[in-house]
Design a protein around this ligand. Structure first.
Ligand SMILES: *Cc1c(COP(=O)(O)O)cnc(C)c1O
Ligand code: SF4
Length: 442
């Protein structure tokens, strides 16, 4: 299949849109000028069920929806566009709204930036001891933009690719100098938007350097869901698979971190074929998704997704909580609700599917998992544990918060039992710079 992308300037060419209402088109135009919007012919032709639009989950996942902006912001943007404003004026109005949507707040990128010889290396992040994130400069877009994407500021040009690093050399040096690092996670955008020959310039040096502490190379990608042809018929599909094989040959484990948000993304022949080809290289595929209102906020959907993933040979990995950025008000559900979905999902699948962990918030102190609700000495509390901690010894420690049915993010939580702070609070303040900022990038 030939790749065709649709964005704000050409989405009206999508034939299926002829049958949707003018209000829906208007919403795409208005919200799409604030939040990123891009989709492709595979998503449009194979994943979206147009008979169910506007309620189809894949439509809501990839096309901007009116409710993703607050009413006032929507009205304001509509006014600007209807008044025939030029590009610059539209951009200014959009930026004003974007700033209210908690794009990565100033300075927060600083916390996880690693250093070599006293120099900060942007393009990498190192938050958890074992794993370095690497953002290849050429992989800063995606096959299609999910409407919940927390990387949206970089897609609308608000981040000047701060993460991007051309410097594969620096990456090698960093991993060599830090023997506690066992994993390099390639992320983006989507690193598999890159041609294989570009991806190779990052991965080969890591293999050639023969670094004993490096054990796992991970690639986070949505390509299996949005463009499985990347692994089947694209010009350089075979080269990509050959590269995966070489990772294995070099004695490293290749972990393909696949983002699937809905079982529909796992149904076609193309995705099954793509998974088969990736697994044949010796790579493992682990899957992850946030739990999202309007898209996948039911245990039936999750159970179907997990079963399908396992039957295709993938290993369920993370259920995330929707992040506190962008259209969070549209997608988020209370933590208690997310736990209920997790619990009911867990109870309806066999142990083979229960490798799923979560629901987990990727937030300032770490990856915080909600374990559930418990009664301790007659007090109803929420229990949590850290799957990852900014300080490694926080991992696997339980802690308690006051019961709060409305809490949607860790910043909403208060310690239970009239404690003043959580066990990690002091150390967290110590680790961070004086201006602690709430939001965090992964
Ligand atoms: C999730 C995450 C990782 C990987 O954590 P695992 O639990 O090992 O999968 C690494 N770095 C950051 C910043 C993350 O958010
Ligand atoms: S696949 Fe990931 S990076 Fe790409 S748009 Fe979706 S959430 Fe963002």
């Amino acid at each position: 299949m030939k790749y065709n992308s649709f964005m704000l300037h050409n989405f009206k060419n999508i034939p299926q849109l002829q049958s949707v209402s003018s209000q829906i088109i208007e919403a795409i135009e208005i919200v799409g000028s604030v939040l990123p919007f891009k989709t492709n012919n595979y998503v449009v032709d194979k994943l979206i069920d147009w008979n169910r639009v506007p309620n189809d989950p894949m439509f809501k996942l990839t096309f901007p929806q009116k409710e993703m902006l607050l009413e006032d912001d929507y009205a304001k943007m509509k006014f600007v566009i209807d008044s025939g404003a030029d590009k610059q004026q539209i951009k200014e109005a959009a930026n004003e709204i974007r700033l209210k949507l908690n794009p990565h707040p100033a300075g927060q990128l600083e916390h996880n930036v690693p250093m070599i010889d006293g120099e900060k290396i942007f393009g990498m992040q190192h938050k958890y001891r074992e794993t370095v994130l690497f953002f290849p400069s050429q992989g800063q877009t995606c096959h299609a933009y999910c409407t919940f994407c927390f990387r949206w500021p970089q897609f609308v040009g608000m981040e000047d690719l701060k993460f991007a690093s051309k410097e594969a050399e620096l990456l090698v040096k960093y991993v060599q100098d830090n023997p506690e690092v066992t994993d390099v996670l390639f992320t983006g955008g989507d690193p598999l938007i890159m041609k294989t020959k570009h991806l190779e310039t990052y991965i080969r040096p890591l293999l050639d350097a023969n670094i004993p502490n490096l054990r796992h190379i991970r690639i986070g990608s949505k390509a299996l869901a949005y463009w499985p042809y990347r692994f089947i018929t694209d010009d350089d599909a075979d080269d990509l698979l050959a590269l995966f094989e070489d990772v294995k040959r070099a004695g490293k484990h290749l972990a393909f971190m696949a983002h699937f948000n809905h079982p529909v993304e796992l149904r076609g022949d193309a995705v099954a074929e793509a998974i088969k080809r990736i697994l044949k290289t010796g790579a493992a595929i682990r899957t992850q998704s946030p739990v999202l209102k309007h898209i996948n906020d039911s245990s039936e959907i999750w159970a179907e997704m997990l079963k399908k993933q396992v039957s295709l040979g993938c290993i369920p990995y993370y259920m995330f909580v929707a992040r506190n950025t962008g259209a969070q008000h549209y997608f988020s559900i209370p933590l208690i609700e997310a736990w209920k979905i997790f619990r009911e999902t867990y109870q309806s699948v066999s142990g083979i599917c229960r490798t799923l962990r979560g629901p987990s918030m990727s937030c300032l102190p770490g990856k915080v998992q909600i374990l559930g609700v418990a009664y301790v000495k007659n007090e109803r509390v929420m229990t949590f544990r850290m799957i990852q901690g900014r300080s490694p010894d926080w991992a696997a420690r339980p802690f308690f918060a006051k019961y709060d049915e409305e809490a949607i993010w860790y910043t909403d939580l208060e310690p239970a039992f009239d404690e003043e702070k959580f066990f990690f609070s002091d150390k967290l303040n110590e680790i961070l710079s004086p201006n602690v900022i709430e939001s965090d990038f992964e």
